[in-house]
Ligand binder design. Sequence first.
Ligand code: GDD
Ligand code: MG
Length: 342
Amino acid sequence: MKSIILVGGMGTRLRPLTYEMPKQMLPLVGVPMIERVFEMLSRHGVTEVVLSLGYLPHHFISAYPDGSIAGVKISYAVEPEPLDTAGAIRFAAEHAGIDDTFLVVNGDVLTDLDVSALVSFHRRSGAEGTIAVHPVEDPSRYGVVVTDDGGRVRTFMEKPRREDAPSNLINAGTYVLEPSVVSRIDAGRKVSIEREIFPALAGAGTLYAMVDDAYWLDTGTPATFLQANIDVLNGRDSERVLPDLVGTTWRHSTSRVAASAHVVNAVIDRDCVVGENVVLDGVILMPGAVVHDNVQIRSSIIGPRAVIGATSVLGPTCVVGAEVSVADGSQLSGEVHLGGVS
Ligand code: GDD
Ligand code: MG
């Protein structure tokens, strides 16, 4: 079965890191996040993916010059301008000549969803579209779904206010669709699958949902991107061996960390330097980041080649962009995003 992976969003909530790198190419414990999505699909027998691109497409194309990831063949559908989620699906489906049941995945989601079960559920119900749904505490950041007992979707509401959310079941960002869904999407304009197409399918009674409560995380915010890394450090991804893991810290062999540093739940990528008496707790240092002596950082992401001045105290939850210098003695907390367009 062919799959479309949507990776054309601008990743605004992870700025400034996403000014220079699309979010799905940001490293998750040293490996671009998109590779984990491919590994998951490959485990469910997917052999062919159309990457639906628009924003900074060259990062994907140049990273995988042989046109495959995890043994899955890739083709690239690059939108001339952002078409939003449904517009992107139509564009990619036409690009790849999709004329049979197909899969769509939001490329920023990490999950152990049983995709094969989702496909079987879709075939059994005879639906036009089937979405995986996942229970969460606060559904307001997501698409919220109400079904009847047989799984037929009654209501699909994108990002309602928390008090208006009709359930706590959210769109988990994996869909099985029939080609007839593509013909419901207008060509050449922005169309949102969540705001236009799913509500229309729900109205027609041809949209179904399957509940799955396996591991699920949308990595698109600083807090969830950090969580995704910490989950891998704590053994979530047991199939992949992490050779440089010590306790719950992954440290690339080219990095230098002072013996007096206290480090837990941290990713220290290649060519980083960590000074004396530094405390890192729940921190990602991207390649080439430098942390000077006596700094304390908690729950924060430090971008490539950024420099954190001595005695600074950062987090939670700071996002420091590529090559930004934080002055000695800085104190930053709350969601702070440092750095602009590079
Ligand atoms: N090609 C293309 N073109 N891709 C796009 C575009 C576009 O114009 N806009 C967004 N995308 C991609 C993003 O890169 C991402 O992988 C995916 O579509 C979803 O976009 P997000 O911006 O991450 O959406 P969200 O997280 O706010 O909400 C979506 O995901 C939730 C689950 O994670 C919605 O689908 C919600 O309903 C859902 O609950
Ligand atoms: Mg998202």
